[in-house]
Design a binder for this molecule. Structure first.
Ligand code: IPD
Ligand code: CA
Ligand code: CA
Ligand code: CA
Length: 264
């Protein structure tokens, strides 16, 4: 299916930022890095990629608002559209030379996410979706995994940051969930956890305390690939709460059930 003009703008911004990330990844030991909090870093690579995306998006649509991880909120003048941008999702991986990271851009129109791009520059994998028009990996249409047996499923998740108070809850959940599955993965980039749920590499995914820039694009890609996305209690406000469960219909149901059971 041909991409719309707005999706082309997003693809152009994400791939240009991706090329900048690849250049910086090649010289990661020389990058300037600062610490935002315990286990939370930002580098010159994050900032450079963010500026590339800002320039591309504002050149094409000067009136739209922006929510960007590193530079915060820029109010728009059209009152209808907001971009949610994570220039480098997976900074910890990036800084350790682990080649699992992505650029994530979503477009919100009148409160709904309508277009999404997640670009993994190392694998040159471009995930795109538009509301009602399906999800794609490069030119291939995506569909969530078809597995129905929990014992054959692999789920991705995210662990709370160092110093975070949620470690106890996570350990309880893992104790409940791990014996039921084929495996658990912690890849370290929420946008790719969702993109890989959409492409069926993993059957499901859950994580807490994320931000809209981490998940807005990936969530639309999962939905457009035929998957289910909700908060951990089944409600729809995951962009606000940052608590998310995604998967094929069966995996999604199982995760909700298991998280509830783990609460005791
Ligand atoms: C992080 C990644 C990670 C998730 C963290 C996020 P960042 O984003 O998505 O997988 O567990 O909570 O903050 O900081 O690398 O863009
Ligand atoms: Ca970060
Ligand atoms: Ca992120
Ligand atoms: Ca980031």
């Amino acid at each position: 299916m041909a991409r719309t003009a707005i999706l082309n703008v997003m693809v152009q911004a994400a791939t240009k930022a991706g090329r900048s990330l690849i250049r910086d990844f090649g010289e990661v030991e020389n990058l300037q890095v600062s610490r935002k909090g315990p286990g939370d870093f930002v580098s010159a690579a994050d900032r450079r990629a963010e500026e590339i995306i800002r320039t591309e998006l504002t050149k094409a649509r000067p009136n739209f608002g922006l929510i960007m991880e590193e530079s915060g909120i820029t109010e728009g003048t059209d009152g209808q559209h907001v971009w949610h941008v994570d220039p480098l999702d997976g900074t910890t991986n990036f800084l350790h030379g682990i080649p699992i990271f992505a650029t994530s851009i979503a477009l919100e129109r009148l409160g709904q996410i309508v277009a999404a791009v997640v670009y993994n520059p190392v694998m040159d994998e471009l995930y795109t979706a538009e509301r009602g028009r399906g999800a794609f990996l490069n030119d291939r249409r995506l569909r969530v995994a078809g597995r129905s047996e929990l014992s054959e499923m692999v789920f991705a998740t995210g662990l709370p940051r160092i110093g975070h108070s949620d470690h106890g809850r996570m350990l309880k959940q893992l104790r409940h969930i791990m014996p039921e599955l084929a495996g658990i993965r912690r890849f370290g980039a929420a946008s790719l956890d969702l993109a890989w749920t959409a492409s069926g590499r993993v059957d499901g995914y859950w994580e807490y305390d994320l931000n809209s820039w981490d998940i807005a694009a990936g969530a639309l890609i999962v939905k457009e690939a035929g998957g289910y996305v909700s908060e951990t209690d089944g409600k729809q406000g995951f962009l606000e709460s940052g608590n998310i469960v995604a998967g094929n219909e069966i995996a999604h149901k199982h995760i909700l059930r298991l998280l509830k059971a783990a609460q005791g």
